[in-house]
Design a protein around this ligand. Structure first.
Ligand code: ATP
Length: 310
């Protein structure tokens, strides 16, 4: 049997009059990946997610889920998809449990434990008998996520899942999604405008800017980017490279800005590096441990670096 990607979008485009909300976006997501769509406000994340879910029709291009084209209307594929898009709707006068029982019934679920299970997973126990309209923003979000997970979908598509949650809630959701992907093979697609948040969970990040997928970055590439480095200059960098190599370091040129050392012992003990260079008659004229701030990195990727450096 051929192995299909879980999601395949080809040249997906959505136009609203003169606005191109999503512009020829192509992406593939494989089983068990946690794929994050990252972009500033208005980048086209929600529009992309709505097209992936068949909620709006693309102006051009196509989407397939589990190898079958997405069309509007009923299809068996939705039994394997859980989603949360923008403000999760709930019946305000029903309690959390009643909302979930109703959602389970609408999905035709027979599993008596499904509701208890998601209440526990989303830590909604204390609020189980509270009416939905009395929930805080974060707990309303949890209820939305609980509904998305109720039928144990193979694919979860979540628009800004951490919106409205406090830092502890964000961490909880992160652990939940991590476990679902790593232990149960669930494929997760989520959107966010916060790089530091997605950097901790995504296996791959697609950077969206003005409707275009401008770059895809793997988790490894991102962590390499965020790794601290020792940045140094001497009056003779070539000689410094030689001395540093002899001492077991791996210096790299940083162009006009001197040399970079990513070795852990250089970053944790820059004083040792300074002593070594002084001994070689190459006293550093500059020595500083630097770490690229992820937000700066992201803004540089989408060409908005000036907004943070100004
Ligand atoms: P945010 O983080 O602010 O939610 P987003 O990345 O999800 O942003 P979208 O909501 O997809 O971005 O919007 C992308 C662009 O398309 C924006 O310029 C938006 O104004 C426009 N847009 C979205 N939906 C519509 C619509 N129904 N009619 C007209 N323009 C729309």
């Amino acid at each position: 049997m051929p192995v299909h990607p879980i999601i395949k979008a080809t040249s997906l485009t959505k136009r609203y009059g003169d606005t191109v909300a999503v512009d020829r976006l192509s992406l593939t997501v494989d089983r068990g990946e946690v794929y994050a769509l990252l972009g500033l406000n208005g980048a086209g994340k929600t529009t992309t997610i709505r097209m992936l879910l068949g909620m709006i029709r693309p102006s051009d291009g196509e989407v397939s889920l589990f190898g079958s084209p997405v069309r509007s209307g009923r299809s068996a594929m939705w039994a394997d998809v859980g989603y949360l898009v923008e403000t999760p709707a709930a019946y305000p006068d029903l309690t959390v449990t009643e909302n979930l029982r109703l959602a389970a019934r609408l999905r035709g679920l027979r599993d008596q434990h499904a509701v208890d299970d998601v209440v526990r997973r989303l830590d909604l126990g204390r609020h189980a008998e509270h009416r939905a309209r009395t929930l805080s923003l974060g707990n309303a979000r949890r209820l939305g996520l609980a509904k998305a997970l109720l039928h144990r979908p193979a694919l979860l598509i979540l628009d800004e899942p951490a919106n409205g949650l406090d830092p502890a809630g964000v961490a909880e959701i992160r652990h939940l999604l991590h476990d679902l992907a790593h232990e149960e093979g669930v494929t997760v697609v989520l959107s966010s405008h916060i790089l530091t948040e997605v950097a901790r969970i995504a296996t791959r990040i697609g950077v969206l800017d003005r409707g275009r997928l401008v770059r895809e970055v793997g988790a490894h590439e991102l962590s390499a980017q965020a790794r601290p480095r020792l940045n140094l200059s001497t009056r003779d960098d070539q000689a410094a490279v030689k001395s540093l190599r002899e001492a077991g370091f791996t210096p790299e040129s940083n162009g006009e800005a001197g040399l970079l050392l990513a070795d852990e012992r250089a970053v944790t003990r820059p004083d040792d590096v300074a002593a070594l260079l002084v001994e070689a008659g190459l006293a550093p004229t500059r020595l500083v441990v630097e770490q690229d701030d992820l937000e700066t990195y992201f803004l540089r990727l989408v060409g908005h670096a000036e907004t943070v450096t100004r």
